[in-house]
Design a protein around this ligand. Structure first.
Ligand code: NAP
Length: 210
Protein backbone atom coordinates (compact mmCIF):
# COMPACT_ATOMS: atom_id res chain seq x y z
CA UNK A 1 0.00 0.00 0.00
CA UNK A 2 1.24 3.49 -0.81
CA UNK A 3 2.38 5.51 2.19
CA UNK A 4 0.47 8.76 2.67
CA UNK A 5 2.81 11.77 2.50
CA UNK A 6 2.27 14.60 4.97
CA UNK A 7 2.23 17.94 3.21
CA UNK A 8 4.80 20.37 4.58
CA UNK A 9 3.57 23.91 5.06
CA UNK A 10 5.96 26.82 5.40
CA UNK A 11 5.30 30.00 7.34
CA UNK A 12 7.47 33.09 6.82
CA UNK A 13 8.11 35.13 9.96
CA UNK A 14 9.26 38.63 9.05
CA UNK A 15 10.96 40.05 12.13
CA UNK A 16 11.97 43.68 12.36
CA UNK A 17 11.78 46.92 14.25
CA UNK A 18 10.11 48.52 11.21
CA UNK A 19 10.76 52.11 12.30
CA UNK A 20 9.28 52.70 9.75
CA UNK A 21 8.35 49.85 7.39
CA UNK A 22 9.23 50.62 3.74
CA UNK A 23 9.09 49.08 0.26
CA UNK A 24 12.43 47.29 0.78
CA UNK A 25 10.85 45.22 3.56
CA UNK A 26 7.72 44.54 1.52
CA UNK A 27 9.66 43.47 -1.57
CA UNK A 28 11.94 41.25 0.57
CA UNK A 29 8.92 39.52 2.11
CA UNK A 30 7.27 38.99 -1.27
CA UNK A 31 10.50 37.65 -2.81
CA UNK A 32 10.98 35.28 0.14
CA UNK A 33 7.38 34.11 -0.14
CA UNK A 34 7.68 33.17 -3.78
CA UNK A 35 11.29 31.85 -3.75
CA UNK A 36 10.74 29.64 -0.70
CA UNK A 37 7.11 28.65 -1.38
CA UNK A 38 5.87 30.17 1.88
CA UNK A 39 2.16 29.78 2.48
CA UNK A 40 2.06 33.20 4.08
CA UNK A 41 4.33 35.76 5.69
CA UNK A 42 3.60 36.98 9.19
CA UNK A 43 5.12 40.36 10.01
CA UNK A 44 6.24 40.55 13.64
CA UNK A 45 7.21 44.07 14.76
CA UNK A 46 9.56 43.97 17.75
CA UNK A 47 8.24 44.98 21.13
CA UNK A 48 11.05 46.21 23.31
CA UNK A 49 14.20 45.31 21.32
CA UNK A 50 16.91 44.15 23.80
CA UNK A 51 19.69 45.04 21.34
CA UNK A 52 18.51 48.64 21.07
CA UNK A 53 18.57 49.78 24.67
CA UNK A 54 19.84 53.32 24.80
CA UNK A 55 18.54 54.10 21.29
CA UNK A 56 15.29 55.89 20.68
CA UNK A 57 12.77 53.62 18.97
CA UNK A 58 9.21 54.76 18.17
CA UNK A 59 6.47 53.31 20.41
CA UNK A 60 5.51 49.76 19.46
CA UNK A 61 1.85 50.69 18.89
CA UNK A 62 2.81 53.23 16.20
CA UNK A 63 5.24 50.85 14.44
CA UNK A 64 2.56 48.13 14.55
CA UNK A 65 -0.01 50.48 12.99
CA UNK A 66 2.36 51.42 10.15
CA UNK A 67 3.03 47.73 9.38
CA UNK A 68 -0.69 46.93 9.49
CA UNK A 69 -1.51 49.71 7.01
CA UNK A 70 1.20 48.62 4.60
CA UNK A 71 -0.04 44.99 4.39
CA UNK A 72 -3.66 45.70 3.54
CA UNK A 73 -3.44 44.83 -0.17
CA UNK A 74 -1.52 41.54 -0.02
CA UNK A 75 -3.64 38.49 0.92
CA UNK A 76 -0.48 36.47 1.68
CA UNK A 77 0.75 38.95 4.32
CA UNK A 78 -0.46 39.19 7.89
CA UNK A 79 0.69 40.83 11.11
CA UNK A 80 1.25 39.42 14.58
CA UNK A 81 1.23 41.39 17.83
CA UNK A 82 2.96 38.52 19.64
CA UNK A 83 6.04 40.60 20.51
CA UNK A 84 4.39 43.88 21.30
CA UNK A 85 1.86 42.21 23.63
CA UNK A 86 4.60 40.40 25.55
CA UNK A 87 6.15 42.35 28.37
CA UNK A 88 9.91 42.41 28.88
CA UNK A 89 12.63 42.19 26.23
CA UNK A 90 11.64 41.01 22.74
CA UNK A 91 13.59 37.77 22.42
CA UNK A 92 13.18 36.00 19.09
CA UNK A 93 13.35 32.59 20.78
CA UNK A 94 10.13 33.31 22.74
CA UNK A 95 8.38 34.42 19.56
CA UNK A 96 9.43 31.30 17.66
CA UNK A 97 8.31 29.03 20.50
CA UNK A 98 4.91 30.68 20.56
CA UNK A 99 4.52 30.54 16.77
CA UNK A 100 5.45 26.85 16.78
CA UNK A 101 2.59 26.26 19.22
CA UNK A 102 0.17 28.32 17.11
CA UNK A 103 1.27 26.81 13.77
CA UNK A 104 2.17 23.19 14.64
CA UNK A 105 1.90 21.97 11.04
CA UNK A 106 4.28 24.59 9.64
CA UNK A 107 8.03 24.84 9.19
CA UNK A 108 9.14 28.32 10.17
CA UNK A 109 11.29 30.58 7.98
CA UNK A 110 12.52 33.60 9.93
CA UNK A 111 13.22 36.47 7.53
CA UNK A 112 15.28 39.47 8.49
CA UNK A 113 18.19 41.62 7.39
CA UNK A 114 21.46 39.71 6.91
CA UNK A 115 23.10 42.46 9.00
CA UNK A 116 20.94 41.49 11.96
CA UNK A 117 21.20 37.78 11.23
CA UNK A 118 24.99 37.61 11.34
CA UNK A 119 24.72 38.21 15.08
CA UNK A 120 22.41 35.22 15.66
CA UNK A 121 25.12 33.23 17.42
CA UNK A 122 24.98 35.91 20.17
CA UNK A 123 21.19 36.10 20.40
CA UNK A 124 19.45 34.91 23.55
CA UNK A 125 19.26 31.05 23.46
CA UNK A 126 20.79 30.92 20.00
CA UNK A 127 21.11 27.10 20.07
CA UNK A 128 17.39 26.77 20.56
CA UNK A 129 16.63 29.39 17.88
CA UNK A 130 18.68 27.44 15.38
CA UNK A 131 16.60 24.34 16.11
CA UNK A 132 13.28 26.11 15.75
CA UNK A 133 13.54 27.74 12.34
CA UNK A 134 15.15 28.21 8.97
CA UNK A 135 16.60 31.68 8.32
CA UNK A 136 16.34 33.89 5.27
CA UNK A 137 18.82 36.75 5.37
CA UNK A 138 17.74 39.61 3.11
CA UNK A 139 20.66 41.77 2.02
CA UNK A 140 21.22 45.01 0.22
CA UNK A 141 23.04 44.94 -3.14
CA UNK A 142 26.81 44.78 -2.61
CA UNK A 143 26.51 43.39 0.92
CA UNK A 144 29.22 40.75 1.44
CA UNK A 145 27.76 37.85 3.40
CA UNK A 146 30.84 35.66 2.87
CA UNK A 147 32.22 36.13 6.40
CA UNK A 148 28.90 35.31 7.97
CA UNK A 149 28.51 32.13 5.94
CA UNK A 150 32.10 30.98 6.62
CA UNK A 151 31.60 31.59 10.36
CA UNK A 152 28.28 29.75 10.33
CA UNK A 153 29.83 26.83 8.52
CA UNK A 154 32.77 26.49 10.90
CA UNK A 155 30.78 27.10 14.11
CA UNK A 156 27.53 25.37 13.27
CA UNK A 157 28.04 22.99 10.33
CA UNK A 158 24.91 21.10 11.36
CA UNK A 159 22.65 24.11 10.71
CA UNK A 160 24.25 25.73 7.67
CA UNK A 161 21.63 24.16 5.40
CA UNK A 162 19.00 26.14 7.30
CA UNK A 163 20.53 29.54 6.55
CA UNK A 164 19.56 31.04 3.20
CA UNK A 165 20.51 34.37 1.67
CA UNK A 166 18.40 36.55 -0.61
CA UNK A 167 19.68 39.66 -2.35
CA UNK A 168 16.92 42.26 -2.57
CA UNK A 169 17.72 45.30 -4.76
CA UNK A 170 14.83 47.29 -3.21
CA UNK A 171 16.62 47.10 0.16
CA UNK A 172 18.70 50.05 -0.99
CA UNK A 173 15.84 51.79 0.85
CA UNK A 174 16.48 51.92 4.60
CA UNK A 175 14.54 52.98 7.70
CA UNK A 176 17.56 54.97 8.92
CA UNK A 177 17.64 56.95 5.69
CA UNK A 178 13.89 57.57 5.81
CA UNK A 179 14.10 58.93 9.38
CA UNK A 180 17.02 61.17 8.40
CA UNK A 181 15.12 62.47 5.38
CA UNK A 182 12.09 63.40 7.49
CA UNK A 183 14.32 65.13 10.05
CA UNK A 184 16.04 67.00 7.22
CA UNK A 185 12.75 68.11 5.64
CA UNK A 186 13.28 65.96 2.54
CA UNK A 187 10.68 63.95 0.65
CA UNK A 188 10.05 60.27 1.47
CA UNK A 189 7.33 59.84 -1.14
CA UNK A 190 7.64 56.55 -3.11
CA UNK A 191 10.04 55.00 -0.58
CA UNK A 192 7.17 53.52 1.40
CA UNK A 193 3.41 53.06 1.00
CA UNK A 194 1.54 56.35 0.77
CA UNK A 195 -0.72 55.53 3.75
CA UNK A 196 2.40 55.00 5.89
CA UNK A 197 3.88 58.31 4.71
CA UNK A 198 0.66 60.05 5.71
CA UNK A 199 0.66 58.32 9.10
CA UNK A 200 4.21 59.58 9.72
CA UNK A 201 3.12 63.10 8.84
CA UNK A 202 -0.08 63.00 10.92
CA UNK A 203 1.80 61.73 13.97
CA UNK A 204 4.80 64.05 13.53
CA UNK A 205 7.22 61.13 13.60
CA UNK A 206 10.99 61.44 13.01
CA UNK A 207 11.04 65.24 13.04
CA UNK A 208 14.19 65.33 15.12
CA UNK A 209 17.43 63.64 14.19
CA UNK A 210 18.40 60.48 16.15
P1 NAP B 1 18.32 46.15 12.82
O1 NAP B 1 19.56 45.97 13.61
O2 NAP B 1 17.50 47.39 13.04
O3 NAP B 1 18.57 46.01 11.29
C1 NAP B 1 19.71 45.44 10.74
C2 NAP B 1 19.59 45.53 9.24
O4 NAP B 1 18.60 44.63 8.75
C3 NAP B 1 19.18 46.91 8.77
O5 NAP B 1 19.87 47.15 7.58
C4 NAP B 1 17.69 46.77 8.56
O6 NAP B 1 17.20 47.68 7.59
C5 NAP B 1 17.58 45.36 8.04
N1 NAP B 1 16.31 44.71 8.39
C6 NAP B 1 15.72 44.63 9.60
N2 NAP B 1 14.60 43.87 9.54
C7 NAP B 1 14.50 43.47 8.25
C8 NAP B 1 13.57 42.65 7.54
N3 NAP B 1 12.56 42.04 8.19
N4 NAP B 1 13.76 42.45 6.22
C9 NAP B 1 14.80 43.01 5.58
N5 NAP B 1 15.73 43.79 6.18
C10 NAP B 1 15.57 44.01 7.50
O7 NAP B 1 17.42 44.86 13.05
P2 NAP B 1 16.08 44.77 13.85
O8 NAP B 1 14.99 45.19 12.95
O9 NAP B 1 16.20 45.45 15.18
O10 NAP B 1 16.02 43.21 14.18
C11 NAP B 1 15.74 42.28 13.19
C12 NAP B 1 15.10 41.05 13.84
O11 NAP B 1 16.09 40.33 14.59
C13 NAP B 1 13.99 41.39 14.83
O12 NAP B 1 12.96 40.45 14.70
C14 NAP B 1 14.67 41.25 16.19
O13 NAP B 1 13.79 40.90 17.26
C15 NAP B 1 15.63 40.12 15.90
N6 NAP B 1 16.74 40.15 16.89
C16 NAP B 1 16.64 39.35 17.98
C17 NAP B 1 17.62 39.37 18.97
C18 NAP B 1 17.48 38.45 20.16
O14 NAP B 1 16.54 37.68 20.23
N7 NAP B 1 18.38 38.52 21.10
C19 NAP B 1 18.72 40.23 18.82
C20 NAP B 1 18.80 41.04 17.67
C21 NAP B 1 17.79 41.00 16.71
P3 NAP B 1 16.06 48.72 8.02
O15 NAP B 1 16.68 49.59 9.10
O16 NAP B 1 15.77 49.45 6.77
O17 NAP B 1 14.95 47.89 8.58
Amino acid sequence: MEKSRRKVYRLGVMGGTFDPIHYGHLVAAEMARTEFALEKVLFVPTGNPPHKSGRRVSPAALRYEMVKRSLADNPFFDISAVEIERSGPSFTVDTLRQLRREWPEHELYFITGTDALREIFFWHESEEILNLTHFIGASRPGFDAGDFLRKSESEKPQVIHRIHLLEVPALAISSTDIRARVAGGKSIRYLLPENVRQFIQENSLYLTKR
